[in-house]
Design a protein around this ligand. Structure first.
Ligand code: BG6
Length: 474
């Protein structure tokens, strides 16, 4: 291979965020409360999101910095509770105005918006009215919200993502706020998942109906699994692990039907996912255009004995910082550690090669275009004495990931953009500002809201050069 892989001419270079993690202003201009606002206040380790990076007020300055870095894309999410704060059916004009202003600012600066409709921020009224993702009432409510977004913003927004990491929300239901009863989640998750699939399906149909040239896709949270050894049993366990954490979602999204693995799994566990007449007809009418790809790390699987103890994925009980318990599905797979890769401050595997592996895997299976919607390095960070942040480890991480993406493109994967997490520092899902991901430092802490000054880190300046050279100078 050449030293630096070549990126396509019109490759989109940008970064990523989500509404509840970056915006703040939770009670402003008619936005109503989201469940995550309540969780962020009452539950450690969530951090208070009422200010976050205050992007709601700083968006012009933020877009100016994006322009300075040479961005051609920016992936962000819309807060449902800003557009529909209640069940009146009347959209909130001030919420629409905010996103119109942000989108105009981006487009006027040559930055293509890539917009997620739902990134973990369920409005309280939707939860109360329809029992959140458990009730079929959400299907029409989500359809209405999606249609409003397509109608209001679709003239300028051409790339859409309906639901962030649906697979992770089901797999980590307790962690990401979807699960209401851990006792029954083993079965409930499949009913919830089916309802999410119907919401996603309707959003895909509506996007194609309402957005001229609009493209829409899912955005799975991908953590590729490697087998622990070359034993045939470990190979099957690894395939099983991929199925139960990622592949059954990707197969469904691309092929518009549940795959054989999950049907067998439901049958063996006496699970009824509550698929009703007409559902699969609807599903078959939608066709996705691309995959958004979130990928930070990799995992390892090994064979699991049928007599072992079931261990559901859940919150960190292992004593490791910000990590999930390694699960065990008896007879299916067991997760284990990888001695070949290093880890971050938060025990996330640092494995850029996983990115190439994953992009090739996705291309082999689905032959669809892909855009990286998340990838990044979370770390403890403070301003240095010189008033700067020298985030050498982040530069190394991003550099190696970009290099591997370039190789995957040369391998044939159709990747059209890279949007690492995150542009500015923002709240991590579980660790607030203690775990920072940004190319731009935000002067604030979990304990005290400071002046929120935007301070480009070393990675910002480095990324600017990457973009100027279209990836040639990694
Ligand atoms: C992704 C989510 O899975 O991971 C983001 O889409 C999240 O919302 C990111 O912030 C990093 O995870 P964490 O827990 O470190 O914030």
């Amino acid at each position: 291979y050449k030293e630096n892989p070549t990126f396509p001419k019109d490759f989109l270079w940008g970064a990523s965020s989500s509404a509840w993690q970056v915006e703040g202003a939770v009670a402003e201009d008619g936005r109503s409360t989201a469940i995550i606002d309540l969780n962020s206040k009452k539950k450690k380790p969530y951090a208070d999101n009422s200010v976050a990076a205050d992007h709601y007020h700083f968006y012009k300055e933020d877009v100016k910095l994006m322009k300075e870095a040479g961005f051609t894309s920016y992936r962000f999410s819309i807060a449902w509770s800003r557009i529909y704060p209640d069940n009146s059916g009347v959209p909130n004009q001030l919420g629409i105005d905010f996103y119109n202003n942000l989108i105009n600012e981006l487009v006027n600066n040559g930055i293509s918006p890539i917009v997620t409709l739902y990134h973990y921020d369920m409005p309280v009224w939707v939860d109360e009215e329809f029992n959140g993702w458990y009730g079929r009432g959400i299907i029409d409510a989500f359809d209405k919200y999606a249609r409003t977004c397509f109608e209001e913003f679709g003239d300028r927004v051409k790339y859409w993502l309906a639901i962030n990491e649906q697979n992770m929300q089901i797999v980590y239901g307790n962690w990401l706020g979807v699960c209401k009863n851990s006792e029954t989640w083993f079965e409930d998750k499949w009913k919830v998942n089916h309802i999410m699939n119907l919401c996603h399906t309707k959003a895909v149909i509506a996007c194609h109906e309402l957005v001229d040239g609009g493209k829409i896709g899912p955005v799975p949270g991908m953590v590729p699994f490697y087998p622990e050894s070359a034993s045939p049993e470990d190979q099957i366990a690894t395939m099983n692990a991929e199925e139960l954490t990622e592949k059954i979602w990707n197969d469904f999204d691309a092929n518009r039907e549940y795959n054989g693995f999950i049907k067998r799994y439901w049958k063996e566990h006496n699970i009824d996912p509550d698929i009703r007449p007409g559902d699969m007809d609807l599903v078959s009418q939608a066709k996705i255009d691309f995959f958004g790809i979130n990928c930070y790390r990799s995992n390892v699987a090994k064979a699991s004995s049928i007599d072992s103890k079931f261990q559901e994925i859940g919150l960190n009980k292992s004593g490791k910082k910000g990590n999930f318990v390694y699960p065990n599905y008896p007879g299916i797979f067991e997760q284990t550690e990888n001695p070949f890769v290093d880890t971050t401050d938060w025990d996330w595997e640092i494995d850029p090669v996983a990115m190439r592996y994953l992009l090739r895997y996705m291309d082999d299976h689905y032959h669809l275009p892909m855009v990286i919607t998340e990838n990044g390095y979370g770390a403890h960070e403070k301003l240095n004495e010189d008033g700067k942040v020298h985030d050498i480890e982040r530069i190394k991480f991003l550099k190696e990931n970009i290099y591997q993406i370039g190789l995957a493109i040369e391998d044939g994967a159709k990747v059209f953009g890279y949007n690492p997490w995150s542009f500015t520092d923002l709240l991590s899902t579980g660790n607030g500002m203690a775990k920072r991901y940004g190319l731009v430092y935000i002067n604030t802490t979990d304990e005290n809201v400071l002046d929120l000054k935007r301070i480009p880190k070393d990675s910002f300046n480095w990324y600017k050069e990457v973009i100027t050279s279209n990836g040639a100078k990694v």
